[in-house]
Ligand binder design. Structure first.
Ligand code: BEZ
Length: 428
């Protein structure tokens, strides 16, 4: 059990619950109470506020909850390393849906236990093993890094434990290495990269693009997706670079290269602390005003403040925008803000929707997971998920088919700019 994980404390949750009720009238939420059995396993020293609730919040169904069987959900997210902010948003998103919809899980009481995915495949595998073997969870939600997801795939497939991937985009997991136990509520890396290819060609440059992303599956596959769409449109890529993941502190050699080859635009994949570093150094190198920077996610509600003026004008494509003009999104944003005092991001939405998928599956089986085949088939048969990002479906490989949006940073805010259309995984 990790001691330093981000948490939704009880005061914050109850304060937020009033906001949630106001915003979406979730019945029974205030009547809910939390169970602390996971806390007893957590490091007490980790909680900076002794008056707050445990770091692993468990939710109990308000009515008849005494007889409801608990469903133990492992949240496998980074609480350390370059992707920490992503993990925090995912825990919040998952908890928000559960807290809003306690009676939507087929009568099951959702108990969560969170472990740190860390930054490397090794740390992720160890954490997944802990969840499956020691914590004896019924299923797992989360995983930020493709490197981790690829390495834990067999544990879930062979152990016949459902895994709802709420971020990691490794294409193989919903492609040649798919498993009936694997679901994804985020994107495939190539799909996310693909979304901006035609836009770049039509609106920025027909040639002279420099591509950059870290040297692991996500960095490589995002670039494959972008390149495919851009070249299909007729575009010419000048060069592609892959700095070492998580350890590159100084991007100067790559920024120098962009200048040397006279690139007309840059398309980049960086996330979390890496996105902050890259965008800041891009501006410091004097490129911000001269060479348009586009990519994914690059900017995010969790780190836009840290990027400061360096992010101005950066364009990114994602399947979510905070100011998306949908009632479902407005309700979600207001509930999230009330609960946590911060804005949600795409990572929050992906985990919120993982909880929705779980709820829909449990409703279909009336809470019964004893027949695992029937339960995963029920989740696979969900026709549509009513998400804050806009309704989306899962393809036959259990990967979302969804709209992507162009977002631009203006005056320190990430603003919805245009709809890039519905994009499916272009490779699987
Ligand atoms: C990945 O490793 O798949 C990933 C990490 C951060 C953002 C998007 C994808």
């Amino acid at each position: 059990m990790q001691g330093n994980e981000p948490s939704l404390n009880r005061r914050m949750f109850l304060r937020g619950a009033a906001g949630v009720l106001g915003a979406v009238a979730a019945p029974g939420l205030l009547a809910a109470c939390t169970r602390n059995d996971a806390q007893s396993e957590a490091s007490p020293a980790a909680d900076p506020d002794p008056g707050t609730a445990p770091e692993n919040l468990d939710f109990e169904a308000p009515d008849g909850g005494g007889s409801a069987d608990g469903l133990r959900v492992g949240l496998l997210v980074p609480t350390s390393g370059v992707y920490t902010t992503l993990g925090s948003a995912m825990v919040q998103g998952f908890n928000l849906f559960v807290g809003e919809n306690l009676d939507a899980f087929g009568g099951r009481r959702i108990e969560t236990v969170t472990v740190d995915e860390g930054e490397t495949p090794e740390s992720g595998v160890e954490a997944a093993q802990r969840l499956l073997n020691e914590e004896q969870v019924d299923l797992v939600v989360g995983i930020v890094s493709s490197g981790v997801a690829l390495n834990v795939r067999d544990l879930f497939d062979q152990g016949q434990v459902p895994l709802i991937i709420a971020n990691a985009g490794a294409g193989a997991l919903t492609g040649q290495a798919r498993s009936p136990y694997l679901f994804r509520t985020s994107f495939s890396n190539a799909q996310e990269g693909y979304a901006l290819g035609q836009y770049m060609y039509d609106n920025v440059t027909e040639q002279g693009v420099y591509l950059i992303g870290p040297d692991y599956a996500a960095g490589i596959e995002h670039l494959v997706g972008f390149r495919k769409a851009y070249e299909e449109a007729g575009g010419v890529v000048l060069r592609e670079s892959h700095p070492a993941f998580a350890t590159t502190e100084d991007y100067t050699p790559f920024l120098d290269e962009i200048k040397e080859i006279d690139a007309e635009a840059v398309w980049a994949f960086f996330s979390g602390a890496e996105a902050v570093r890259f965008v800041q150094q891009y501006a410091e190198a004097g490129l911000q005003d001269d060479v348009p920077l586009l990519g994914t996610p690059l900017t995010d509600e969790n780190w836009i403040e840290a990027q400061g003026d360096a992010a101005e004008g950066v364009r990114s494509s994602l399947h979510y925008a905070l100011d998306l003009d949908l009632d479902r999104n407005r309700q979600f944003v207001s509930a999230y803000q009330a609960a946590y005092g911060v804005m949600p991001s795409s990572f929050s939405v992906q985990a919120y929707d993982a909880a929705q998928l779980l709820a829909l599956g449990l409703q279909a089986t009336e809470g019964d997971t004893s027949n695992m085949e029937a339960f995963i088939e029920a989740m696979a048969s969900i026709e549509e998920i009513d998400s804050p990002r806009g309704a989306f479906t899962l393809d036959g490989n259990r990967n979302p088919v969804q709209s992507f949006y162009l977002r631009t940073v203006e005056d320190g805010e990430i603003v919805y700019t245009e709809d890039l259309g519905v994009v499916a995984d272009p490779l699987n």
